[in-house]
Design a protein around this ligand. Structure first.
Ligand code: SF4
Ligand code: FE
Length: 480
């Protein structure tokens, strides 16, 4: 297993083509806006080496029998699934943001199932290929970016009817030694902090879309891949002289648009090729795993609840009964999120490939809660924090000899607490509910792993309605 430092060094060796603010970024690792997101992924390496987290952060490879980072593991039991949930909460709590590495873990697990299923149907050998690739990922402890979301163009049209054929990733050319792919994937969490990109289709497909029914893996610096970094609210605070105004100076998530401009993929890295009837199942498996992964938000919720309790103590409002009750409500919502992720893991089952998968219905119910509860938790945090969270002058004003003395005087609350501490905790709450981390805690909770309606469709499909009706009819004596 790599250490955090080795991980950082391994990223320096990549030759990524990254753009931000209209310029090519030669050194993403040290770029002040990107670096906090790299730090968040680095935590997944760091904690794996700490004895107290070994049980959650590491696993035994079913391929090699060696100890590996759990982010590269294929779940071999319900216990593995439960540990995955707990690992997500742990890392959310240690970073206060999206730590990005789950998408790759979820892609690997989904592919371990679906490659096996395709082979059973078509007599292909995708699973063998995939396991060889998995061995490489485990052996080198790589971070993989799971790439699913295509730009999708006109949403009313399937891939093959799009006026621009590149709106979904597709095969542009078939060669003897592999395929050439073209298209893009949007909102790619952690893309520039990854060694590998695992591409999957974004939706169920029919025969005419078969050129789009692809799954493959590429090194993140393969020729023809370009990354354009997304903008986040308050992102330039990270380049200010005093980075305290960011609220969480060390960590943050980050997304990019990833463009595949005629990129060559050798056959040994292709895991689905035109088997359109399995596109939907790959999407569903990945989505279910990733909906479970949103236990990360209960970890971030831990940080926000801790910050809210702290600010109430700094303000001197901690004994007010409504403040206490609001914090109870935040905890109730946050633990309910955790319950959902734990439940879908505990009700997991063994797929024919041997991989354990989460309960699909419960994973979707859990993610549906994630699209709502963090917003309510954030609302309560802002309620308790007070308006100063958004009217507080800058860190430079606090430092300035002209203005600093006034800010010290008028922004002091509890006599035992420095103005500096009060300022820091307010900035952290601002970061989580309005700033760069709100991308991960709020909007990503809404749209990541599928927007709310995607879960509602799955809930409708998975619920056994006939059985419920039968139960009702039986009790009131209806026999027809
Ligand atoms: Fe992992 Fe959560 Fe980020 Fe998804 S949103 S990659 S589950 S930390
Ligand atoms: Fe996500």
């Amino acid at each position: 297993m790599m250490t955090a430092r080795e991980y950082e060094e391994s990223l320096r060796k990549l030759n990524l083509v990254v753009y931000m603010f209209g310029e090519r970024i030669d050194n993403p690792v040290d770029h002040p806006i990107i670096r906090p997101s790299m730090n968040a992924v680095a935590k997944t390496y760091e904690l794996a080496h700490r004895p107290e987290h070994e049980d959650l952060m590491t696993a035994t490879s079913h391929l090699s029998g060696k100890k590996i980072n759990r982010f590269t593991h294929i779940h071999q039991s319900v216990e593995d699934l439960v540990k995955k949930t707990k690992m997500g909460r742990l890392l959310g709590a240690h970073t206060g943001c999206c730590f990005q590495r789950c998408v790759g873990m979820d892609a690997l697990n989904a592919l371990s199932i679906v490659t096996h299923d395709i082979d059973a149907e078509h007599g292909t050998s995708y699973n063998q290929r995939f396991l060889k690739y998995l061995g490489y990922v485990q052996e080198n402890d790589l971070t993989c970016d799971g790439a699913m979301t295509d730009p999708k163009g006109d949403r009313s049209l399937p891939p093959h009817q799009q006026p621009d054929p590149d709106m979904y990733v597709h095969v542009a050319e078939e060669r003897k030694d592999g395929i050439v792919v073209r298209g893009a994937k949007a909102h790619q969490t952690g893309a520039v902090n990854s060694h590998e990109i695992i591409v999957m289709p974004t939706t169920a497909m029919r025969e005419p879309d078969k050129d789009y029914a692809l799954s493959f893996a590429l090194p993140s610096d393969a020729e023809g891949i370009t990354y354009i970094m997304g903008r986040q609210s308050c992102d330039t605070r990270k380049v200010e002289e005093n980075i305290l105004d960011t609220g969480n100076p060390g960590f943050g998530g980050h997304e990019a648009l990833v463009i595949f401009d005629d990129v060559f993929v050798p056959w040994e890295r292709v895991f689905m090729y035109k088997e359109y009837e399995f596109a939907g199942s790959l999407v569903e498996k990945f989505a279910s795993y990733h909906r479970q992964s949103y236990a990360c938000k209960s970890g971030v919720g831990d940080v926000l609840i801790g910050a809210t309790q702290t600010v109430s103590e700094y303000n001197g409002t901690q004994k007010a009964s409504h403040v206490k009750d609001k914090i109870i409500e935040m905890n109730h919502l946050n633990e309910t999120l955790f319950c959902g992720s734990l439940a879908c893991a505990s009700e997991g089952y063994r797929e024919p490939s041997g991989t354990y998968c989460v309960n699909t219905l419960l994973a979707n119910v859990s993610k549906q809660n994630v699209t709502r509860f963090p917003y309510e938790i954030a609302r309560l945090a802002q309620d308790v924090a007070g308006g100063l969270m958004v009217t507080l002058p800058s860190a430079s004003d606090f430092k300035s000899p002209e203005t600093g003395k006034w800010l010290e005087k008028y922004y002091r609350a509890s006599p035992d607490i420095s103005t500096d501490s009060r300022r820091r905790i307010l900035r952290l709450i601002e970061n989580l509910t309005l700033g760069t981390a709100a991308v991960g805690y709020l909007t990503e909770s809404m749209h990541g792993a599928g927007s709310p309606q995607a879960q509602r469709i799955m809930i409708a499909r998975q619920v056994n309605m006939r059985e419920k009706q039968k139960l009702a009819r039986q009790l009131c004596g209806i026999e027809e």
